[in-house]
Design a protein around this ligand. Structure first.
Ligand SMILES: [Zn+2]
Length: 636
């Protein structure tokens, strides 16, 4: 998955539950072996009201039975199954309603006592869709004009059963007249209700569905092409947002060819659909799946060149995950279900390598220029130049991701965020440049990807776990080197030095200039100011300092997380005013004077800063071979 400066708001309050009878803590039973057939009928006709209705039916198990709501969500790397939004629950069997009791430890488990005569069991419930709060699939997912239906938010299943051994026949009722997109096989459509072909629970949850009034399906490659079926399904808040320039469509066609080329032309899906949401109120992120991706960007993405470029790596990133993350998956993420914790220690491969290639492939496809790719790398470098790297090694940002994604509350630079994305880009660039140097340009990181991910071209979906040693051994097949030492040094470093070997040996150096870098802004522009390169802060349009880096000028002068800038050099705060003051600081001996509101107490803070506006860029170093431009060239 991917996101840039996606601010996560506090989660909704937990549901109040009336206790009826005490129960035991849920055990973690081994996955069952007997096949379970379920039906799941989801009514999304009230999606604009932000509520989904569902009924699930399954064979009854007389005696003690536990229903489970998916908790550990593949692709989200954490226990993000939004059970707090599960409401209106009623369970029926043998012609009557059953009492249920939530487990006191495993909150996603509901205990039942099923009558001996019962053959079938059904549960009826609602999923209330948040309008703020939550993240990824558990965040806002429906509005007046479109919806993303993630099945895992609307399903209950018998706890302990493997999602691979449960079959589900699902239906989905759309709001009147709305169209639908996705890669889930359809059996029939009757009116506004889509009947999907029976599949496993694991695959159902891996195939979200796009619904919308303003809908467009953009075919990139037909099923009969060498690439197979590739489609961008788009919903938007408006029809004007759907006007995608032909040049962009052509670039996305090239993206498919370029991206499959990295893996030797081998894919592990029957067809591939991007589910693209163009909306300013349904988040800005992507979540990967085997045969599709849930990608959400700004409404104006296709009518604004800057908006398109800022988020250009999203589609290539999530697509890359079909190989890196879905088919080949770190062993700690192959957990056999939604009930067992995920181990995220190898996200520096899963997300780091994907982040490198997502950005690179948007350049190879022509969505951005090589120069813009350099800017994106420079922005990645600035984002991980935080002071937290002095205490927290990159490995720990991966290990901690079950809570780091949603940590919130400021202090990102000192806590460190999910830096294995952007620092992963730098490290894998370093690996790519190193392979090219070791082999005199005969081999590249693409060769590693072709061996590691391009296996078994049967066009079928499979999952094969890997560990770090297999990564090192495969790299050694491409270019003999101490790859274990290479990665462990970078993963365990507590140095303030960021890993710029790929940039330096690639013929460039990281510099800061007054020229803006569009990749330092979020995908959906929110009027905020990224001033990490100058004052060491990020400031919202309203003046709230939502991240201040210890050791940098603003923090050193007394400005911390959560404080609000009220005035700049005696004038009411605005981001433009602050930018003007920063630009003027270069030629001024005066201190930058800020009035700061700290929970109702006002203070004047004087910042000794004279560096002007500072944005990161890569600058060519004469005399050193330009490897980066070579890397950015399209494969022929
Ligand atoms: Zn990702």
């Amino acid at each position: 998955m991917e996101t840039r400066f996606f601010i996560v708001l506090p989660l909704a309050a937990a549901l109040a539950v009336v206790a009826r009878q005490p129960t035991q803590a849920a055990q973690m039973p081994a996955a069952g072996t007997s096949p379970v057939s379920m039906t799941l009928d989801v009514d999304a006709s009230e999606a604009p009201m932000k509520i989904l209705h569902a009924v699930v039916s399954m064979p009854a198990r007389p005696g003690a039975m536990t229903l489970f709501y998916p908790k550990w969500i593949p692709g989200e790397h954490m226990a993000s199954g939004p059970v707090w939004n599960l409401t209106g629950l009623h369970v029926f069997a043998d012609g009557g309603e059953l009492e249920w009791r939530r487990d006191l430890v495993e909150m996603n488990a509901f205990h039942l006592t099923v009558p001996a005569r019962a053959k079938a069991l059904s549960a009826k419930y609602d999923y209330v869709v948040p309008f703020n709060g939550g993240s990824f699939g558990s965040g806002a997912s429906t509005n007046a004009k479109c919806a993303v239906i993630n099945w895992y938010t609307v399903v209950l299943y018998p706890m302990g059963e493997s999602p691979d051994s449960i079959t589900v026949a699902a239906t989905l009722k759309a709001p009147p007249g709305w169209k639908h997109g996705g890669s889930l096989d359809i059996a029939s459509v009757k009116g506004d209700t889509i009947h999907y072909a029976e599949t496993t629970l694991a695959l159902l949850n891996d195939h979200p569905v796009l619904l919308g009034e303003h809908f467009r399906s953009i075919p990139l490659w037909p099923a009969a092409s060498p690439q197979g079926e590739h489609v961008i399904d788009v919903v938007a808040d408006s029809d004007w947002a759907l006007q995608v320039p032909q040049a962009r469509i052509d670039a996305y066609k090239r993206l498919v060819v370029e991206e499959r080329g990295v893996f030797g032309g081998v894919g592990h899906y029957r067809k591939y659909h991007w589910l693209l949401t163009l909306s300013d109120n349904l988040g800005a992120f992507g979540v990967e799946h085997h045969e599709c991706a849930d990608d959400r960007v700004a409404e104006n993405t296709f009518v604004d060149d800057g908006a398109e470029k800022r988020s250009s790596s999203l589609l290539s990133h999530e697509y890359f995950h079909s190989w890196n993350g879905k088919a080949r998956r770190p062993g700690g993420l192959v957990n056999g279900g939604y009930e067992r914790p995920m181990k995220d220690d190898l996200l520096w491969v899963y997300e780091g390598l994907t982040n490198y290639y997502g950005e690179l492939l948007s350049a190879r496809a022509g969505l951005i220029s090589p120069q813009e790719w350099f800017d994106e790398i420079a922005s990645d470098a600035m984002s991980v130049s935080n002071p937290g790297r002095a205490w927290r090694p990159l490995q720990d940002t991966a290990d901690s991701s079950p809570f780091l994604y949603d940590a919130g509350g400021g202090w990102t630079g000192w806590r460190r965020g999910t830096d294995f994305y952007n620092e992963g880009t730098l490290i894998w660039l370093d690996a790519d440049v190193t392979i090219r140097k070791l082999t005199n340009g005969q081999k590249t990181l693409d060769d590693f990807c072709a061996i590691f991910y391009g296996q078994d071209d049967n066009g079928n979906i499979w999952v094969r776990p890997y560990d770090a040693d297999e990564v090192y051994q495969t790299l050694n097949k491409v270019a003999a080197y101490d790859w274990k030492g290479f990665f462990e040094k970078r993963l365990q470093s507590k140095s303030s030095d960021i890993p710029l070997g790929g940039v330096d040996n690639g013929g460039f150096r990281l510099v800061y200039t007054e020229a803006a870098n569009i990749f330092t802004d979020p995908w959906v522009l929110d009027g905020s100011l990224n001033a990490y390169g100058s004052l060491g802060v990020h400031v919202t349009a309203e003046g709230v300092v939502d991240d201040a880096w210890p050791g940098l000028p603003a923090y050193a002068a007394g400005i911390s997380n959560g404080m609000k800038l009220v005035a700049v050099n005696g004038r009411r705060f605005s981001v433009d005013e602050l930018k003007r003051a920063l630009a003027g600081s270069k030629d001024s001996k005066a201190l930058l004077e800020l009035i700061v509101d700290n929970a109702g107490y006002f203070t004047v803070v004087r910042v000794d800063y004279h560096g002007g506006l500072r944005y990161p860029h890569l600058e060519r170093v004469a005399g050193v071979n330009d490897v980066l431009t070579t890397i950015a060239e399209p494969r022929r």
